[in-house]
Design a protein around this ligand. Structure first.
Ligand SMILES: *Cc1c(COP(=O)(O)O)cnc(C)c1O
Length: 477
Protein backbone atom coordinates (compact mmCIF):
# COMPACT_ATOMS: atom_id res chain seq x y z
CA UNK A 1 0.00 0.00 0.00
CA UNK A 2 1.27 3.45 -0.94
CA UNK A 3 0.02 6.76 0.46
CA UNK A 4 -0.98 9.80 -1.56
CA UNK A 5 -1.68 13.41 -0.61
CA UNK A 6 -5.18 14.92 -0.70
CA UNK A 7 -3.59 17.87 -2.58
CA UNK A 8 -2.07 15.58 -5.21
CA UNK A 9 1.45 17.00 -5.60
CA UNK A 10 3.71 14.55 -3.78
CA UNK A 11 5.01 11.17 -4.90
CA UNK A 12 3.29 8.14 -3.32
CA UNK A 13 5.06 7.11 -0.10
CA UNK A 14 5.48 4.03 2.06
CA UNK A 15 3.77 3.65 5.44
CA UNK A 16 6.98 4.04 7.47
CA UNK A 17 7.81 7.28 5.64
CA UNK A 18 4.50 8.95 6.46
CA UNK A 19 4.46 7.55 10.01
CA UNK A 20 6.97 10.03 11.41
CA UNK A 21 5.91 13.06 9.35
CA UNK A 22 2.88 15.33 9.67
CA UNK A 23 1.29 17.12 6.72
CA UNK A 24 2.39 16.14 3.22
CA UNK A 25 4.87 18.59 1.64
CA UNK A 26 2.07 20.09 -0.49
CA UNK A 27 -0.01 20.88 2.61
CA UNK A 28 -2.36 17.90 2.15
CA UNK A 29 -3.09 14.86 4.31
CA UNK A 30 -1.92 11.34 3.47
CA UNK A 31 -4.49 8.77 2.38
CA UNK A 32 -4.11 5.13 1.30
CA UNK A 33 -4.09 4.84 -2.48
CA UNK A 34 -7.12 2.54 -2.31
CA UNK A 35 -9.29 0.82 0.31
CA UNK A 36 -8.65 -2.93 0.67
CA UNK A 37 -11.93 -4.88 0.39
CA UNK A 38 -12.70 -7.25 3.25
CA UNK A 39 -16.24 -8.60 2.77
CA UNK A 40 -14.95 -12.15 2.21
CA UNK A 41 -12.84 -11.93 5.38
CA UNK A 42 -15.64 -11.04 7.84
CA UNK A 43 -16.48 -14.67 8.59
CA UNK A 44 -12.89 -15.48 9.57
CA UNK A 45 -12.44 -12.26 11.55
CA UNK A 46 -15.60 -12.52 13.68
CA UNK A 47 -14.01 -14.61 16.45
CA UNK A 48 -10.68 -12.77 16.70
CA UNK A 49 -9.32 -10.99 19.76
CA UNK A 50 -8.78 -7.22 19.55
CA UNK A 51 -5.01 -7.65 18.97
CA UNK A 52 -5.56 -10.27 16.24
CA UNK A 53 -8.18 -8.12 14.54
CA UNK A 54 -5.86 -5.11 14.68
CA UNK A 55 -3.08 -7.16 13.07
CA UNK A 56 -5.34 -8.34 10.21
CA UNK A 57 -6.52 -4.80 9.48
CA UNK A 58 -3.07 -3.15 9.76
CA UNK A 59 -1.55 -5.81 7.49
CA UNK A 60 -3.69 -4.46 4.67
CA UNK A 61 -2.24 -0.96 5.12
CA UNK A 62 1.36 -1.65 6.15
CA UNK A 63 3.60 -3.56 3.76
CA UNK A 64 7.01 -2.29 4.84
CA UNK A 65 7.08 -3.89 8.29
CA UNK A 66 7.56 -7.71 8.31
CA UNK A 67 4.37 -9.54 9.38
CA UNK A 68 5.95 -11.13 12.46
CA UNK A 69 7.13 -7.74 13.70
CA UNK A 70 3.75 -6.12 13.05
CA UNK A 71 2.02 -8.93 14.92
CA UNK A 72 4.40 -8.50 17.87
CA UNK A 73 3.69 -4.74 17.91
CA UNK A 74 -0.07 -5.41 17.98
CA UNK A 75 0.27 -8.00 20.77
CA UNK A 76 2.39 -5.60 22.81
CA UNK A 77 -0.05 -2.69 22.28
CA UNK A 78 -3.39 -4.40 22.75
CA UNK A 79 -2.79 -6.47 25.86
CA UNK A 80 -4.92 -6.35 29.02
CA UNK A 81 -2.01 -4.82 31.03
CA UNK A 82 -2.15 -1.71 28.86
CA UNK A 83 -5.89 -1.24 29.52
CA UNK A 84 -6.02 -1.59 33.28
CA UNK A 85 -9.21 0.35 33.91
CA UNK A 86 -11.83 -2.04 32.52
CA UNK A 87 -14.74 -1.66 34.89
CA UNK A 88 -15.20 -4.39 37.48
CA UNK A 89 -17.01 -7.52 36.38
CA UNK A 90 -15.80 -7.37 32.80
CA UNK A 91 -13.70 -10.05 31.17
CA UNK A 92 -10.19 -8.71 31.72
CA UNK A 93 -9.08 -10.07 28.35
CA UNK A 94 -11.63 -8.04 26.48
CA UNK A 95 -10.02 -4.61 26.43
CA UNK A 96 -12.97 -3.09 24.49
CA UNK A 97 -16.19 -4.45 26.01
CA UNK A 98 -19.68 -3.71 24.69
CA UNK A 99 -22.27 -2.66 27.27
CA UNK A 100 -25.97 -2.83 26.39
CA UNK A 101 -27.99 0.09 27.77
CA UNK A 102 -31.32 -0.61 26.00
CA UNK A 103 -32.55 -3.13 23.42
CA UNK A 104 -30.38 -2.73 20.31
CA UNK A 105 -28.57 0.20 21.96
CA UNK A 106 -24.96 -0.24 23.11
CA UNK A 107 -21.89 1.54 24.37
CA UNK A 108 -18.45 0.46 23.07
CA UNK A 109 -16.02 1.06 25.94
CA UNK A 110 -12.87 2.50 24.40
CA UNK A 111 -11.45 4.39 27.36
CA UNK A 112 -9.83 1.75 29.52
CA UNK A 113 -6.29 2.88 28.67
CA UNK A 114 -3.82 4.68 30.94
CA UNK A 115 -5.35 8.17 30.57
CA UNK A 116 -9.01 7.07 30.57
CA UNK A 117 -9.71 8.31 27.02
CA UNK A 118 -10.17 6.52 23.69
CA UNK A 119 -7.14 8.40 22.33
CA UNK A 120 -4.96 5.92 24.22
CA UNK A 121 -5.98 3.11 21.86
CA UNK A 122 -4.32 4.76 18.86
CA UNK A 123 -1.58 6.61 20.72
CA UNK A 124 -0.24 3.43 22.37
CA UNK A 125 0.18 1.91 18.92
CA UNK A 126 1.97 5.04 17.74
CA UNK A 127 4.42 4.81 20.67
CA UNK A 128 5.37 1.27 19.75
CA UNK A 129 5.51 1.98 15.99
CA UNK A 130 7.74 5.04 16.56
CA UNK A 131 10.17 3.13 18.78
CA UNK A 132 10.34 0.23 16.31
CA UNK A 133 10.83 2.40 13.21
CA UNK A 134 13.35 4.77 14.80
CA UNK A 135 15.47 1.86 16.09
CA UNK A 136 15.49 0.29 12.63
CA UNK A 137 16.65 3.55 11.05
CA UNK A 138 19.04 4.49 13.84
CA UNK A 139 17.19 7.79 14.25
CA UNK A 140 15.56 9.75 17.05
CA UNK A 141 12.71 12.28 17.24
CA UNK A 142 11.68 15.14 19.51
CA UNK A 143 7.91 15.39 19.67
CA UNK A 144 6.66 18.91 20.26
CA UNK A 145 3.01 19.56 21.01
CA UNK A 146 0.51 21.78 22.77
CA UNK A 147 -2.40 20.40 24.73
CA UNK A 148 -5.42 21.56 26.65
CA UNK A 149 -5.48 18.19 28.43
CA UNK A 150 -6.48 14.96 26.70
CA UNK A 151 -4.16 14.62 23.73
CA UNK A 152 -1.02 15.64 25.61
CA UNK A 153 -1.49 13.13 28.39
CA UNK A 154 -2.35 10.30 25.97
CA UNK A 155 0.83 11.15 24.01
CA UNK A 156 3.03 11.24 27.10
CA UNK A 157 1.73 7.91 28.43
CA UNK A 158 2.27 6.35 25.00
CA UNK A 159 5.82 7.69 24.58
CA UNK A 160 7.14 7.40 28.15
CA UNK A 161 10.33 5.37 28.29
CA UNK A 162 10.40 4.82 24.51
CA UNK A 163 13.91 4.72 23.08
CA UNK A 164 14.69 7.39 20.49
CA UNK A 165 11.74 9.58 21.52
CA UNK A 166 11.60 12.73 23.66
CA UNK A 167 8.34 14.59 24.28
CA UNK A 168 8.15 18.35 24.88
CA UNK A 169 4.52 19.10 25.76
CA UNK A 170 3.27 22.65 26.26
CA UNK A 171 0.18 23.28 28.36
CA UNK A 172 -1.48 26.52 29.53
CA UNK A 173 -0.43 27.18 33.12
CA UNK A 174 -3.32 26.76 35.55
CA UNK A 175 -5.92 26.08 32.83
CA UNK A 176 -6.22 22.30 33.14
CA UNK A 177 -8.07 20.43 35.88
CA UNK A 178 -6.09 19.28 38.93
CA UNK A 179 -6.53 15.69 37.75
CA UNK A 180 -5.24 16.47 34.24
CA UNK A 181 -2.22 18.31 35.66
CA UNK A 182 -1.49 15.41 37.99
CA UNK A 183 -1.79 12.90 35.13
CA UNK A 184 0.84 14.69 33.04
CA UNK A 185 3.13 16.34 35.56
CA UNK A 186 3.50 13.32 37.85
CA UNK A 187 5.32 11.36 35.13
CA UNK A 188 8.99 11.07 36.07
CA UNK A 189 10.31 9.44 32.90
CA UNK A 190 13.54 11.00 31.67
CA UNK A 191 12.20 11.45 28.11
CA UNK A 192 9.08 13.44 29.07
CA UNK A 193 9.27 17.25 29.46
CA UNK A 194 6.24 19.23 30.62
CA UNK A 195 6.29 22.95 29.90
CA UNK A 196 3.55 25.11 31.45
CA UNK A 197 3.36 28.38 29.54
CA UNK A 198 1.97 31.59 30.97
CA UNK A 199 -1.11 32.09 28.76
CA UNK A 200 -3.98 30.22 27.15
CA UNK A 201 -4.00 27.07 25.01
CA UNK A 202 -3.85 29.17 21.82
CA UNK A 203 -0.65 30.87 23.05
CA UNK A 204 0.93 27.45 23.59
CA UNK A 205 -0.26 26.35 20.15
CA UNK A 206 1.24 29.49 18.54
CA UNK A 207 4.63 28.74 20.11
CA UNK A 208 4.53 25.21 18.67
CA UNK A 209 3.73 26.63 15.22
CA UNK A 210 6.54 29.20 15.44
CA UNK A 211 9.10 26.58 16.45
CA UNK A 212 7.91 24.15 13.75
CA UNK A 213 8.01 26.88 11.10
CA UNK A 214 11.75 27.37 11.72
CA UNK A 215 12.84 24.83 9.11
CA UNK A 216 16.51 24.84 10.12
CA UNK A 217 15.72 24.28 13.80
CA UNK A 218 13.12 21.65 12.93
CA UNK A 219 15.61 19.68 10.83
CA UNK A 220 18.53 20.01 13.25
CA UNK A 221 16.51 18.94 16.30
CA UNK A 222 14.28 16.44 14.45
CA UNK A 223 11.05 18.05 15.62
CA UNK A 224 7.99 15.87 15.03
CA UNK A 225 4.33 15.76 16.09
CA UNK A 226 1.71 13.20 17.07
CA UNK A 227 -1.37 15.27 16.23
CA UNK A 228 -4.65 13.92 14.97
CA UNK A 229 -3.78 14.14 11.27
CA UNK A 230 -1.34 11.24 11.64
CA UNK A 231 -2.63 8.46 9.36
CA UNK A 232 -1.51 5.71 11.78
CA UNK A 233 -3.89 7.15 14.39
CA UNK A 234 -6.79 6.97 11.94
CA UNK A 235 -5.80 3.43 10.92
CA UNK A 236 -5.64 2.31 14.55
CA UNK A 237 -9.19 3.60 15.05
CA UNK A 238 -10.60 1.58 12.14
CA UNK A 239 -10.40 -1.46 14.44
CA UNK A 240 -13.08 0.00 16.79
CA UNK A 241 -15.74 -0.31 14.11
CA UNK A 242 -14.93 -3.94 13.30
CA UNK A 243 -14.83 -4.83 16.98
CA UNK A 244 -18.12 -2.95 17.61
CA UNK A 245 -19.77 -4.51 14.55
CA UNK A 246 -18.96 -8.07 15.61
CA UNK A 247 -20.01 -7.45 19.21
CA UNK A 248 -23.37 -5.88 18.27
CA UNK A 249 -24.40 -8.29 15.48
CA UNK A 250 -24.88 -12.04 15.18
CA UNK A 251 -24.21 -12.50 11.49
CA UNK A 252 -22.41 -10.69 8.70
CA UNK A 253 -25.71 -10.12 6.90
CA UNK A 254 -26.74 -7.57 9.55
CA UNK A 255 -26.09 -3.85 9.44
CA UNK A 256 -25.06 -1.73 12.43
CA UNK A 257 -25.22 2.05 13.11
CA UNK A 258 -22.45 3.92 14.93
CA UNK A 259 -22.70 7.24 16.74
CA UNK A 260 -19.45 9.15 17.28
CA UNK A 261 -18.85 12.19 19.53
CA UNK A 262 -16.75 14.29 17.16
CA UNK A 263 -14.24 17.14 17.23
CA UNK A 264 -11.39 16.85 14.75
CA UNK A 265 -13.23 14.22 12.68
CA UNK A 266 -10.50 11.63 13.36
CA UNK A 267 -12.60 8.96 15.03
CA UNK A 268 -15.54 9.11 12.62
CA UNK A 269 -13.16 9.30 9.65
CA UNK A 270 -11.97 5.84 10.70
CA UNK A 271 -15.63 4.72 10.57
CA UNK A 272 -15.87 6.02 7.02
CA UNK A 273 -12.71 4.07 6.12
CA UNK A 274 -14.16 0.89 7.68
CA UNK A 275 -17.33 1.31 5.63
CA UNK A 276 -15.34 1.92 2.43
CA UNK A 277 -13.55 -1.38 3.12
CA UNK A 278 -16.94 -3.12 3.06
CA UNK A 279 -17.95 -3.32 6.73
CA UNK A 280 -21.79 -3.41 6.77
CA UNK A 281 -22.41 -0.06 8.49
CA UNK A 282 -25.88 1.37 7.88
CA UNK A 283 -25.37 4.89 9.20
CA UNK A 284 -22.51 6.84 10.71
CA UNK A 285 -24.05 9.36 13.07
CA UNK A 286 -21.92 12.39 13.92
CA UNK A 287 -22.54 14.05 17.29
CA UNK A 288 -21.33 17.55 18.14
CA UNK A 289 -21.86 19.81 21.15
CA UNK A 290 -22.84 23.50 20.84
CA UNK A 291 -19.91 23.94 18.44
CA UNK A 292 -21.86 22.42 15.57
CA UNK A 293 -19.79 23.17 12.45
CA UNK A 294 -19.79 19.54 11.33
CA UNK A 295 -23.45 18.94 12.18
CA UNK A 296 -24.29 21.99 10.07
CA UNK A 297 -22.27 20.57 7.17
CA UNK A 298 -24.00 17.19 7.17
CA UNK A 299 -27.43 18.82 7.35
CA UNK A 300 -26.88 21.66 4.87
CA UNK A 301 -23.90 20.86 2.63
CA UNK A 302 -22.26 24.10 3.80
CA UNK A 303 -18.91 23.88 5.61
CA UNK A 304 -18.35 27.07 7.61
CA UNK A 305 -15.47 26.71 10.12
CA UNK A 306 -15.50 29.25 12.94
CA UNK A 307 -12.60 31.21 14.38
CA UNK A 308 -11.25 30.31 17.81
CA UNK A 309 -13.06 33.40 19.16
CA UNK A 310 -16.39 32.16 17.74
CA UNK A 311 -15.94 28.76 19.41
CA UNK A 312 -17.57 28.34 22.80
CA UNK A 313 -16.07 26.66 25.81
CA UNK A 314 -18.45 23.83 26.71
CA UNK A 315 -18.71 21.02 29.23
CA UNK A 316 -17.47 18.59 26.55
CA UNK A 317 -14.24 20.54 25.90
CA UNK A 318 -12.48 17.97 23.72
CA UNK A 319 -15.13 18.64 21.07
CA UNK A 320 -14.70 22.44 21.13
CA UNK A 321 -13.10 22.49 17.70
CA UNK A 322 -13.34 25.32 15.17
CA UNK A 323 -11.61 23.60 12.21
CA UNK A 324 -11.78 19.80 12.03
CA UNK A 325 -8.27 18.76 11.00
CA UNK A 326 -9.21 15.38 9.46
CA UNK A 327 -12.20 16.62 7.50
CA UNK A 328 -10.12 17.06 4.34
CA UNK A 329 -9.64 13.27 4.20
CA UNK A 330 -13.38 12.74 3.92
CA UNK A 331 -13.84 15.54 1.40
CA UNK A 332 -11.09 13.97 -0.76
CA UNK A 333 -13.24 10.83 -1.08
CA UNK A 334 -16.42 12.84 -1.49
CA UNK A 335 -15.06 14.66 -4.56
CA UNK A 336 -13.98 11.36 -6.12
CA UNK A 337 -10.34 11.75 -5.01
CA UNK A 338 -9.90 14.73 -7.31
CA UNK A 339 -7.03 16.69 -5.70
CA UNK A 340 -7.75 19.70 -7.93
CA UNK A 341 -11.27 19.89 -6.51
CA UNK A 342 -9.90 19.62 -2.94
CA UNK A 343 -7.46 22.47 -3.59
CA UNK A 344 -10.27 24.63 -5.02
CA UNK A 345 -12.47 24.05 -1.95
CA UNK A 346 -9.61 24.79 0.47
CA UNK A 347 -8.75 27.95 -1.49
CA UNK A 348 -12.27 29.15 -0.68
CA UNK A 349 -11.84 28.21 2.99
CA UNK A 350 -8.47 29.91 3.27
CA UNK A 351 -9.63 33.08 1.52
CA UNK A 352 -10.55 35.64 4.22
CA UNK A 353 -13.30 37.05 1.98
CA UNK A 354 -15.05 33.65 1.64
CA UNK A 355 -13.98 31.37 4.52
CA UNK A 356 -16.46 28.58 3.72
CA UNK A 357 -17.65 26.27 0.95
CA UNK A 358 -21.08 25.19 -0.21
CA UNK A 359 -21.66 21.85 -1.92
CA UNK A 360 -25.24 22.67 -2.91
CA UNK A 361 -25.50 22.85 -6.70
CA UNK A 362 -22.48 20.56 -7.05
CA UNK A 363 -22.59 16.84 -7.92
CA UNK A 364 -20.98 16.09 -4.54
CA UNK A 365 -24.19 16.61 -2.58
CA UNK A 366 -25.79 13.48 -4.03
CA UNK A 367 -22.66 11.51 -3.18
CA UNK A 368 -22.89 12.79 0.41
CA UNK A 369 -26.42 11.40 0.71
CA UNK A 370 -25.24 8.00 -0.62
CA UNK A 371 -22.57 7.72 2.07
CA UNK A 372 -25.29 7.59 4.73
CA UNK A 373 -24.13 10.06 7.36
CA UNK A 374 -26.53 11.59 9.87
CA UNK A 375 -25.81 14.21 12.49
CA UNK A 376 -27.19 16.25 15.36
CA UNK A 377 -25.87 18.38 18.21
CA UNK A 378 -26.45 18.59 21.95
CA UNK A 379 -26.41 21.16 24.74
CA UNK A 380 -25.13 21.28 28.30
CA UNK A 381 -28.65 20.50 29.56
CA UNK A 382 -28.85 17.45 27.26
CA UNK A 383 -25.55 16.13 28.62
CA UNK A 384 -26.64 16.51 32.23
CA UNK A 385 -29.93 14.75 31.46
CA UNK A 386 -28.16 11.77 29.83
CA UNK A 387 -25.58 11.47 32.63
CA UNK A 388 -28.44 11.47 35.16
CA UNK A 389 -30.66 8.96 33.39
CA UNK A 390 -27.85 6.48 32.62
CA UNK A 391 -26.74 6.69 36.25
CA UNK A 392 -30.28 6.14 37.53
CA UNK A 393 -31.12 3.23 35.26
CA UNK A 394 -27.75 1.46 35.05
CA UNK A 395 -25.57 2.80 37.86
CA UNK A 396 -23.15 3.57 35.07
CA UNK A 397 -21.34 6.91 34.87
CA UNK A 398 -20.75 8.27 31.38
CA UNK A 399 -18.51 11.23 30.62
CA UNK A 400 -19.93 14.43 29.04
CA UNK A 401 -18.58 13.65 25.53
CA UNK A 402 -20.04 10.17 25.53
CA UNK A 403 -23.26 11.77 26.80
CA UNK A 404 -23.32 13.98 23.67
CA UNK A 405 -23.15 10.78 21.63
CA UNK A 406 -25.90 9.03 23.59
CA UNK A 407 -28.19 12.05 23.31
CA UNK A 408 -27.76 12.30 19.56
CA UNK A 409 -28.08 8.54 19.08
CA UNK A 410 -31.34 8.47 21.06
CA UNK A 411 -32.69 11.31 18.98
CA UNK A 412 -32.14 9.77 15.56
CA UNK A 413 -31.70 6.03 15.94
CA UNK A 414 -33.47 3.44 13.79
CA UNK A 415 -35.09 1.06 16.28
CA UNK A 416 -34.59 -2.05 14.15
CA UNK A 417 -30.85 -1.48 13.59
CA UNK A 418 -28.32 -2.01 16.42
CA UNK A 419 -26.81 1.32 17.46
CA UNK A 420 -23.29 1.46 18.92
CA UNK A 421 -22.22 4.68 20.65
CA UNK A 422 -18.45 5.03 20.92
CA UNK A 423 -17.39 5.88 24.47
CA UNK A 424 -14.66 8.51 24.29
CA UNK A 425 -13.60 9.00 27.93
CA UNK A 426 -14.35 7.87 31.45
CA UNK A 427 -16.39 10.04 33.79
CA UNK A 428 -13.51 10.35 36.28
CA UNK A 429 -11.82 12.88 33.98
CA UNK A 430 -14.71 15.35 34.18
CA UNK A 431 -15.67 15.40 37.85
CA UNK A 432 -17.22 18.87 37.81
CA UNK A 433 -19.92 18.11 35.23
CA UNK A 434 -20.65 14.68 36.71
CA UNK A 435 -21.09 16.29 40.11
CA UNK A 436 -23.42 18.88 38.65
CA UNK A 437 -25.54 16.15 37.02
CA UNK A 438 -25.84 13.60 39.82
CA UNK A 439 -24.44 15.30 42.90
CA UNK A 440 -21.91 12.53 43.26
CA UNK A 441 -18.12 12.40 42.69
CA UNK A 442 -17.25 10.13 39.74
CA UNK A 443 -15.68 6.81 40.52
CA UNK A 444 -12.00 6.62 39.81
CA UNK A 445 -9.87 3.52 39.28
CA UNK A 446 -8.41 2.91 42.76
CA UNK A 447 -4.72 3.25 41.80
CA UNK A 448 -5.40 6.82 40.61
CA UNK A 449 -6.70 7.97 43.98
CA UNK A 450 -4.33 10.51 45.44
CA UNK A 451 -2.50 11.08 42.13
CA UNK A 452 -2.83 14.85 42.79
CA UNK A 453 -0.46 14.47 45.77
CA UNK A 454 2.44 12.95 43.81
CA UNK A 455 5.51 15.14 43.11
CA UNK A 456 5.10 17.08 39.85
CA UNK A 457 7.69 17.69 37.13
CA UNK A 458 7.04 20.82 35.08
CA UNK A 459 8.97 23.88 33.87
CA UNK A 460 7.08 27.16 33.83
CA UNK A 461 7.90 29.57 31.01
CA UNK A 462 6.62 32.58 29.07
CA UNK A 463 4.84 31.77 25.81
CA UNK A 464 8.02 32.61 23.93
CA UNK A 465 9.34 30.49 21.05
CA UNK A 466 12.98 31.49 21.74
CA UNK A 467 12.77 30.27 25.33
CA UNK A 468 11.14 27.00 24.29
CA UNK A 469 13.83 26.44 21.64
CA UNK A 470 16.55 27.08 24.22
CA UNK A 471 14.89 24.55 26.54
CA UNK A 472 14.81 21.92 23.79
CA UNK A 473 18.47 22.54 22.90
CA UNK A 474 19.52 22.20 26.53
CA UNK A 475 17.64 18.92 26.99
CA UNK A 476 18.86 17.35 23.76
CA UNK A 477 22.50 17.39 24.85
C1 LIG B 1 -10.55 13.78 21.08
C2 LIG B 1 -11.85 13.59 21.75
C3 LIG B 1 -13.06 13.66 21.02
C4 LIG B 1 -13.13 14.02 19.54
O1 LIG B 1 -12.56 13.05 18.70
P1 LIG B 1 -12.11 13.41 17.19
O2 LIG B 1 -11.39 12.23 16.71
O3 LIG B 1 -11.23 14.62 17.31
O4 LIG B 1 -13.35 13.71 16.41
C5 LIG B 1 -14.24 13.41 21.71
N1 LIG B 1 -14.24 13.12 23.04
C6 LIG B 1 -13.10 13.04 23.76
C7 LIG B 1 -13.17 12.74 25.22
C8 LIG B 1 -11.87 13.28 23.16
O5 LIG B 1 -10.74 13.21 23.89
Amino acid sequence: MKYISTRGSVEPQQFSDILLGGLAADGGLFMPQSYPQIVDKLEAWRGLSYAELAFEIFSLYVDDIPADDLRALCDKTYTAENYPWCRAGKNANDIVPLTTIAPNFHLLELSNGPTLAFKDMAMQLLGNLFEYTLAKRGESINILGATSGDTGSAAEYAMRGKHGVRVFMLSPQGKMSAFQRAQMYSLSDANIFNIAVRGMFDDAQDVVKLVSNDAAFKAKYKIGAVNSINWARVMAQVVYYFKGYFAASKSNEEQVDFCVPSGNFGNICAGHVARQMGLPISRLVLATNENNVLDEFFRSGIYRPRTAAQTSVTSSPSMDISKASNFERFVFDLVGRDATAVRALWNQLDSPAIGQFDLNATPYLAKLAQYGFSSASSTHANRLEVIRSIWQTHELMVDPHTADGIHVAQKIRQLNVPMVVLETAQAAKFAETINEAINHQPLRPAPLNGIEKLPQHVSVMDADAQKVKAFIVEHCR
